[in-house]
Design a protein around this ligand. Sequence first.
Ligand code: IPT
Length: 956
Amino acid sequence: MSVPRRTAVDYVEDVSPGSGTLPPRAWYASSDAKALSLNGEWLFRLSPAAGAEDDSFAREGFDAGGWGRIAVPGHWVLQGHGSPVYTNHRYPFPVDPPRVPTENPTGDHLRVFDLPPDWPDLGDGGAVLRFEGVESCARVWLNGTELGTFKGSRLPHEFAVGRLLRTAGNVLAVRVHQWSSGSYLEDQDQWWLPGVFRDVTLSHRPVDGVRDFFVHAGYDHRAGTGTLRVDSAVPGRVTVPALGVDVPTGEPVTVPAKPWSAEVPRLYDGVLATRGERVPLRIGFRTVEISDGLLKVNGRPVLLKGVNRHEWHPQRGRALDPATMREDVLLMKRHNINAVRTSHYPPHPLFLDLCDEYGLWVIDECDLETHGFAEAGWRDNPVDDDRWTPALLDRAARMVERDKNHPSVVLWSLGNEAGTGRGLTAMAEWIHGRDPSRPVHYEGDPDCRDTDVYTRMYAPHAEVERIGRGLDGGPRKRRRLPFLLCEYAHAMGNGPGGLADYQRLFESYERLQGGFVWEWIDHGIAHPELGYAYGGDFGEELHDGNFVCDGLLFPDRRPSPGLAEYGKVIEPVGIAGDGGNGTVRVTDKYDTADLSALAFSWSYQVDGETVASGPLPVPPLAPGESADVRLPAPPPDAPPGEAHWLVRAALAADAPWAARGHVVAWGQFPASRRTAPRVPATARPRTGDGVLALGPGTFDARTGALVAIGEVAVGGLRLDVWRAPTDNDEGAAWQSDPRCGPRWRAIGLHRMRHRLDGVECGEDALTVRTRVAPAGRELGLSAVYRWTSDGNRLRLAVRVVPEGDWTVPLPRLGIRFGLRTADRVRWFGGGPGEAYPDTRTAAAVGRWQAAVDDLQTPYVRPQENGARIDVRWAELGGLRVEGDPLFLLTARRWTTERLDAAAHRTDLVPGDTVWVNLDHAHHGIGSRSCGPGPLPRYHLRPEPAEFSFVFSPLPS
Ligand code: IPT
């Protein structure tokens, strides 16, 4: 028996993109035509299935008295109706395209509105109703008449509504289905968040008003001229007062002009005027080309220092307000980021305006990902099935038509992780035809059949280097293309490590034109009990945990240490010491700008304190040029101590994105060496009363355990090799190569036992011999603690020798102990932020201080964090400790074991002890949560090691 399906819901599963919408066109923020924002509070009703409710709500006079309210733009699952779902690439429903589940949450949205009093006469022209973004499928009625349906969540859709409008009491009804055939094309790694999540606008369309238009603004770098031609569906005139331009549409004009670039984003204000409407233009002249195997803008190759940006706000999801978009752009600019890939869909159009204005190179990516088909070997992949091609072309056109007039957009991307297929080829062909001025990007096709750049994700350093050298082979076309890493350096949790090593490669091989860190911001959802929620926290039956928190910003947009590191690594000015001959080498690493916007200064620091400083005149350098700049003589009256030069490049004047004085680049290098602490072993151990005293140290005479230093109680001091595995230690489950976290746990490094082998009280030293090893294993570490003192200070030398068959690196190697109180920490060493061996570029040697609570890095899923590197000495809890060699310092109000066990920040409850780790070394961080692990040189190999600390009580 067959039951006919209800026609009302057929459109949901139909592969077509929709019906009744207007052809796509260029977006513009404003014009002199009237517009009415329909954002605000709407009436809302949620049904469990598409077609569960009839569509009578769209009719006039419908009584929505019992309905809830919802904010538009917004996602209903973030407003108390249902809950969000996070999956990385698996579809959260059975894969049977184009069918979707019967359980298809459907949100009916209702809004009654009047036209403002100054709205033009209804007979005068038409009106357009525009949706900037609705996830995933909508059906729309105005005043009881159905306008049509659409899919393509992060793409605009418009309906002509003039004939239906009335001055008062207009009833706009929008039915939104969470799942549709379109969902198969929108399998991006993110929360599934249904709703009308971008603006809804009604615009008056005057007779002879502007419709679509295409601003062509190329730049001839040889002639220094820009050529402007504005093609317009409705003819009119184009004026650009600053350039004296006043030409009809369709007619090219060449004028002397300044080019637009991400570094100097020169925009010219203009107007496109048709008989019925005036639209402001912001014109940036630039020419993008692939020539000599390089991606060039205005004749020069560019080095992309990019991030992948998903739209995210911890309360509002992908419904971003303009202030948040601006904050993203400002944060990027302040961290030297010059490029954005709009992973993996076109952003809110205002964001691109901001990129034009502040200067960012943009890869605009289409709203397309079919990654879940990888699970079944890409069988039935919609991008290789002609039935879906109209939907794909519709998406390509909606992106290109909307965004084509942004100078910041320099590449079009077909989408992400969609395999290969004829549909992608069709998209590329259409885009190349419609806009030959921009190259096409797509990562998923290793042959580069349809693309103009060769792009990869998460390639390890060695492979990137091979590509840079041109030794990667591959199809002939690909070998001639410039190379980008459209994703690399997975910023999940602590990390990413290895950024500086990638940047060195990018700067060494011209074919390597940079990359885009994955990703900009953690998609944590603000949660009353958990702090920030991630996958699984809403009871999803399939989910991918905290893989959704892998950004350079925490969900609240606080920069993580990864962003500080990235900003330092990609500085546009190289500042390097010369090994002591009194000069500093300054290199202009901008693509197009000279250094005239920057003011250089030097300072001379002794033991981390600045003792002299002054301006540093740097000759004007062109991009790529270097100069050796003479430093002043070291101040003759400088106190003795370890000295450093610090040279900074700061904004010489206010920029739109940061104030004068903002430091863009810095370099620090030694001017003299450090002298390690020397503690002659002159004090004699004294025993009595079960305790043993040595200088300021008190020990348990039987076990040799340290009890106190002076008046300061010190508990549990012992060797420590365990760290709370980071996301990068854990690695991604699908990776076949060895992942450290699971191996460490398998061996038992998190449950090491300490066997006491001997306590020897000698003439001038207390020696404690131990063996540190996990149950069930024969491998272990012999650890010998040797304590000596000069009467005032207590020196601990630790000698560690691995025993047995070690096949994994150690997580860390050092000591840990507990202090009763410690609120603030002062240290001389690397700071101010967290740093590990391969994430340490941003650490500057100096005197720093912080509250213990502020030493913690608030990773959404708690994990090892907070180390300060290259510490010479630190003071905390009434103790001073000096290291030989330098050490890493970590201090927190919970143990590493508690940190390891925590799933959310709120699981971390301070105890009454501050646990301090003084580490001789740490294993590198790497990027294994999606990419390669730490480079071999950052591995902490189990090898014999010796390190020492000098403790002394601080005067109270
Ligand atoms: C890559 C995806 O393109 C991106 O969307 C994100 O999921 C990222 O990984 C990991 O966070 S795909 C990767 C499995 C190679």
